[in-house]
Write a protein that binds this ligand. Structure first.
Ligand code: RB5
Length: 158
């Protein structure tokens, strides 16, 4: 599994800590920026990471902004992305078990690094439960089909 990671300036430090943790776990990742604490729009960096999933280059994403909210909003505009802002153990566990989250969003201004790393581990290690949740995700996928206007070639990627 390859993880796309990205942050804006507000999430930069937390992302660097998360990246270090991924390396220590030998989890493969690509960092799509930003690469300093210089101000940048979270939308622009998120798009780069999410495009890599659309292209099949990465499998899941971890996106960090100040709150995790902006990144979550952007990510959920992408077909096939189930982005979940997570802030505690329970929510993170459920994001995998029930929602099959493929995009974890974290808040660099609201989470200390040790807590964020703990949530990353839960998110990486918790499997999707399937069953009744599968049917619910199918309904979401059907909504995407109905509501998302996407280019023909992008459609083939999912
Ligand atoms: C940047 O100031 C901040 O708005 C951004 O990091 C994020 O929290 C938006 O949702």
């Amino acid at each position: 599994m390859k993880i796309a990671i990205a942050s804006d300036h507000a999430g930069y430090r937390l992302k660097i800590g998360v990246a270090q943790h991924l390396r220590s776990r030998e989890v493969d990742y690509i960092d799509f920026g930003c690469y300093s604490e210089e101000r940048v729009d979270y939308v622009d960096v998120a798009v780069k990471a999410l495009e890599s999933i659309a292209k099949g280059e990465c499998d899941r994403a971890i996106l960090v902004c100040g709150t995790g909210l902006g990144m979550g909003i952007v990510a959920n505009k992408f077909k096939g992305i189930r982005a979940t802002p997570c802030w505690d153990e329970y929510v993170t566990e459920m994001s995998r078990k029930h929602n099959n989250s493929n995009c974890l969003t974290l808040g660099g201004r609201v989470l200390p690094l040790d807590e964020a790393i703990h949530l990353v581990d839960i998110w990486l290690d918790t499997p999707f439960e399937g069953d009744r949740h599968e049917a619910r995700l199918k309904k979401i996928a059907e909504l995407e089909e109905k509501n998302f206007k996407i280019e023909e070639d992008r459609n083939e990627l999912f």
